[in-house]
Design a protein around this ligand. Structure first.
Ligand code: FAD
Length: 499
């Protein structure tokens, strides 16, 4: 490993990859070292494991989290307990017999090359209205266009079928009135390449990196601490995950893209503790349900053989009902499936096409919703142990009640809920879309961690990235937004380094 690099990128998820790609493209001579706490899972650099055959995929997913001893499950539950989704592990194992909205019991993370994007489902909607970071103005739209380019986002992931067109029409009748064209019901923008077959090729970090030449990725290596003086990070302490062996690398700049929980963890461990660090933690309350469509005869009925498949492979299309204020402060995904990725009693024998009808709502942002770090206890990676303090407000509960009620009323146009599959709120943390913990702000007023270029306040060469930087209450899937913010940050960093 180099002992002297231009830029150290911490974390190999889509945001770390965006820093690497953008820096390389703008200044190919820069040396970039990327460290990743977890292992390499596939031959391709951070490829999406959903492109693998089922057996290989299961094997890789098990390898990603076997060390935790936790159970994973597509439905988020196993044996009556919370389980993380394949490829992720829970921050802490918790029994949610009590209030599953307090303390964020379903909070989870990935540790592998490619980050969560080795496992993600690739929805990349554009934020609208109050989801947007107003002070970034047109710069955000330009960066978002670049993000969808990097992620290879398309609205044509699935071939249109008679059934999908009919569903689109039905939903449009219910939702489109009063919306501008770009906020009407439409196929979900998905990060993938259509293949002409039933399933597309899903994007991962390999898609973002492209043919990146001068990047070294070192797996199983934890960045334990950033060494800094007078607002300049000059070195980083790296440790072998399994060997514990440490060494120091000299840097000209650092980009920390270690997710919304571990980016503040590294800053904390490094003694960089601005007042807003870890605060304003913001998850998206997630409501799920499943419907049998009323029209029959188009989708193959689910049969017993399919039950052994990864149910996400049974997708035949995803529709998007965009967030649109004031009437619809929700983000809705309608997934057409042969059978369903959530537990639906009776779905396996029902001979009608199924859609899952899921909704994210916004959360009221409060500083007291936060992740904290211990000064004495360490986690499995040798980093300060985290604890999460989190709860819903009265306003959140009212928003969730409204979201559920509207789902029931609006579903009427489409089909019938399966018994037991009426809209239900998942345990807090289920969305995997944690935001706000290293939030961006317009001024250095103590309520934010970084400036509009994602540079940590008070530092010349320390940039951060990921969903944690997003300061607004969003309902849409956040990764494309986080990638867009990293595009802006990388542009700023390149200009500084080149000066
Ligand atoms: P991550 O992808 O989490 O990567 C961070 C990496 O940093 C990790 O690999 C971690 O090991 C590493 N790291 C942490 N600390 C250190 C350290 N100290 N030293 C070295 N390395 C470190 N989002 C969407 O927008 N749309 C979707 O449809 C969607 N679907 C999803 C479905 C699933 C099943 C999952 C698991 C996630 C999904 N997500 C989705 C979430 C999406 O994957 C994340 O938003 C995205 O990956 C975040 O990117 P990131 O680079 O900020 O962080």
């Amino acid at each position: 490993m180099d002992t002297d690099v231009d830029v150290l990128v911490v974390g190999s998820g889509p945001v770390g990859a965006t820093f690497a790609r953008e820096l390389h493209e703008a200044a190919p001579h820069l040396t970039i070292l990327m460290v990743e706490a977890g292992p390499r899972l596939t031959d391709g650099v951070g490829a999406n494991v959903r492109n693998l055959d089922l057996e290989d995929r299961r094997c890789v997913q098990r390898r990603a989290t076997a060390w935790t001893g936790q159970t994973t499950s597509d439905t988020g539950r196993a044996d009556g307990h919370l389980a993380s989704r394949p490829g992720t592990f829970l921050v802490r194992t918790a029994d949610v017999s009590g209030d599953d909205q307090t303390g964020m019991p379903a909070a989870a993370m990935s540790a592998n090359v490619g980050g969560m994007a080795a496992h993600w489902t690739c929805a990349c909607p554009r934020p609208g209205g109050s989801e947007r970071i107003a002070f970034l103005g047109a710069a955000f739209d330009k960066a978002f266009d670049r993000a969808i380019d990097l992620l290879n986002v398309t609205n044509a992931a699935f071939p249109a079928t008679e059934a999908s067109q009919r569903l689109l029409q039905k939903l449009s009748t219910v939702f489109d009135r009063g919306r501008p064209p770009d906020r009407r019901v439409q196929p979900m923008p998905l990060a993938c390449t259509p293949t002409g077959q039933s399933l597309p090729h899903w994007s991962g970090v390999d898609t973002i990196l492209g043919q990146q030449q001068r990047l070294t990725i070192v797996p199983d290596t934890v960045c334990r601490r950033l060494l800094h003086r007078d607002g300049l990070v000059y070195a980083a302490l790296l440790a072998g995950r399994h060997t514990g062996e440490t060494h120091t690398v000299q840097v000209r700049a650092v980009a920390v893209a270690a997710d919304a929980l571990r980016t503040p963890q590294l800053l904390w461990a490094s003694g960089i503790r601005p007042p807003a660090l870890g605060k304003h933690l913001n998850d998206q309350p997630q409501i799920v349900s499943a419907l049998a469509l009323r029209e029959n005869g188009v989708t193959t009925p689910p049969g017993p053989a399919r039950e052994t498949a990864d149910r996400r492979d049974l997708l035949t299309g995803v529709l998007w009902i965009p967030f649109h204020e004031p009437d619809f402060p929700f983000h809705t995904q309608v997934m057409q499936v042969g059978t369903t990725p959530i537990d639906v009693p009776g779905a396996a024998v029902l001979d009608r096409p199924v859609v899952t009808w899921g909704r994210f709502t916004t959360k009221e942002i409060r500083p007291e919703d936060r992740v904290e770090f211990s000064d004495t206890d360490l986690d499995d990676f040798g980093m300060p142990r985290m604890s999460i303090h989190y709860g819903l407000t009265e306003r959140d509960r009212a928003t969730i009640t409204r979201a559920k009620r509207d789902m029931v009323a609006q579903a009427e146009a489409v089909g019938d809920f399966f018994p037991g599959s009426q809209p239900r709120l998942l345990p807090a943390g289920s969305s995997l879309h944690y935001q706000g913990t290293v939030r961006m702000g317009q001024s250095h007023d103590g309520a934010s961690v970084c400036d509009p270029h994602s540079r940590v306040w008070g530092f010349h060469n320390l940039y951060i990235g990921g969903n944690g930087v997003i300061p607004t209450a969003t309902a849409c899937n956040p990764t494309a937004t986080a990638v867009a913010l990293a595009v802006i940050a990388a542009g700023h960093l390149t200009a500084k380094l080149e000066r």
